[in-house]
Design a protein around this ligand. Structure first.
Ligand code: PGA
Length: 245
């Protein structure tokens, strides 16, 4: 039985006030892991406020350990301030920062060296879906990541299926569309001989809201959600956690 994972991806939103509000209120519900990803500058504050409650992590890390790399955050720094997780390969980083599959694979290796639990994001664009390439694209993204990490290492975190066309657009994948891809990802891991195919959590992201969360979570291969916009309001995010519990 896979435990649900509900993650809040604040992206470039938030404040110290919001950190305190969420850190004081959120906790792990029975059967649900809750993780908050504030902007990196707020991580230490979040972790110190929430030390016995919900976990937190970074939205990205650099590929290497500490060193002369202006502007980078190293995985070990995230760990030192109490972050336990890291999001890798988010589509906004793939498109806006031109992050390649190879770079994301390097970041995954760095995350594992720092003993962070990775959430590896994969997903196709609208154009790729219309061309019937959705699964091919996702398999390529997974294949590249798994060249740097064993499936069992990925299973310490999660895979997030986030169709690019559904992120921040209000266009959620239907529960059936999402389930089809999640099942496809699990079967692909299985075909690759991955022993963790049944236990790895595959969460969905892309316009998850309090209103559509329950229908998504009813699908057998949807193990939770990576929530962007709807994670910025405590009451809305709490309702999404409730839908998974
Ligand atoms: P959204 O973002 O919920 O605002 O669509 C999800 C994500 O990008 O992780």
């Amino acid at each position: 039985m896979r435990k649900a994972l509900i993650a809040a991806n604040w992206k470039c939103h938030g404040s110290l006030k919001m950190v305190d509000e969420f850190a004081n209120a959120l906790s792990h519900e029975p059967g649900v892991d809750v993780v908050v990803f504030p902007p990196a500058v707020f991580l230490a504050q979040y972790a110190s406020r929430a030390s016995h409650k919900a976990d937190c992590g970074a939205q990205d890390i650099g590929t290497a350990e500490t060193g002369a790399r202006a502007g980078e955050v190293a995985g070990e720094m995230v760990s030192e301030v109490g972050g336990k997780w890291v999001i890798l390969g988010h589509s906004e980083r793939r498109s806006e920062q031109q992050e390649s599959d190879a770079l994301i694979a390097e970041k995954l290796a760095a995350a594992l060296r720092a003993e962070l639990r990775p959430i590896l994001c994969v997903g196709e664009t609208q154009q790729q879906r219309e061309a019937g390439q959705a699964m091919v694209v996702v398999e390529r993204q997974l294949q590249s990541a798994l060249e740097q990490a064993a499936g069992s290492q990925l299973a310490t975190g999660a895979i997030a299926y986030e169709p690019v066309w559904a992120i921040g657009t209000g266009l959620t994948a239907t529960p059936q569309q999402a389930q089809e891809m999640h099942q496809g990802i699990r079967s692909w891991l299985y075909r690759k001989g991955d022993q963790t195919a049944q236990s790895v959590r595959i969460i969905y992201g892309g316009s998850v809201k309090a209103e559509n969360a329950a229908a998504l979570f009813q699908q057998p291969d949807i193990d939770g959600a990576l929530v962007g916009g709807a994670s910025l309001q405590l009451d809305t995010f709490t309702r999404i956690i409730g839908a998974a519990g």
